[in-house]
Design a binder for this molecule. Sequence first.
Ligand code: MG
Length: 422
Amino acid sequence: MKITDVRTAVVEANYDWTFVRVYTDRDIVGLGESFLAPGLTAIIRDLKPLLVGEDPRNVDRLWSKMRWAASAAGSLAGVVHNAMSGIEAALWDITGRYYNAPIHQMLGGKYRDQVRIYADCHAGEALEALTPLMIARRPSWMTEEGEEALSVTAEINHPVHGRAYGKPSADEVFTPEMYARRAKEVAEMGFTALKFDLDVPNPYTLDTYSGTLTHAEVRYMASLVEAVRGAVGDPVDIAFDCHWRYNVSDAQRLAHELEPYGLLWLEDPVPPENVEAMRRVTRSTKTPISSGENYYMRFGFREALEREALNVIAPDLQKTGGLLEGRKIADMADAHYVAVAPHCIASPVGTIASAHVAAAIPNFLALEWHGMSVPFWNDMVTGVDGPVIRDGYVSVPDAPGLGVELNEELARRYAKAGEPFF
Ligand code: MG
């Protein structure tokens, strides 16, 4: 069997869902998804000559071939790995279809038939759509004829995550009541684990670049957490994300303040590149600390695991290097008795690919779902009975390969203007 072509399509949803199809001379086509990035589809097209003519079943060797071909473009980390991750998943889809085996079977087989989902809860109701640089936008399919396709204006041209976001206006502030209401709604949908952003605009923000927290901000954040715990009680696990915003001592203060609420984890309280800083936060608190969505490959996780700097790791399998790389990262974490909660902001294609890995690793905790505000999320694939996520779980498909197909008609309807569609 030989690879004949590699093509992409992008759906403009809450994020750019970037789909990869790998074609073969055997009437088998593989489907994968890559984590969004600027210039991503061009990189996938640039990787194609490395793959055409190769046997798609040699997944690990082709992965190494792509990685080392990218040595000048970033063999240690970076968006080439996002591209490789989607391609790698598509190669597993082909291999599974060829051998009539689901992906999880090729990764060692199932520990579980149902994968527990944690719901990322946006406190608002609206679709929050972001560009690859995390700037708020209106998807092109929402705009009228002749209207500016990408309505990024000077007032909202700041990224929503990290330290660079602008000072909030009063109507952007999230209240404990809003968080409690949202938590209750989502828990009633059957989810046993929820995650909220904690670094949201609050009335006491003085400076969003400094990485510092005022006492009032720490108290406000604790009131958000208290409201969520109060709304869902003890049976539901709750986690909170800080998107790399704070310095060590303020992160320590915050984590300490949140100890009474028994979090599942506090995510990325400090930037991820300084493992020693992270270790200091983790060692100072009973609140479990998580990070990992910005780490690439097992090599990116090695130091944090060896130094016991994290309680939970969160590799993103559409970004870190792919599905087998996810298995390797999980095995490395398992040697340190660390749980894995994969980060996931994908469509059902990437989410189900991640679920195959989640089913096959022993130390799985929960898989993220970030699609609640997207009205067509569950419909983007076919081959599943009912919604992909039901009562807070994904059923791991037993059909060959990925086990689902892209709903091409729907994907075309929400396709991103200016991008090829396969
Ligand atoms: Mg996060």
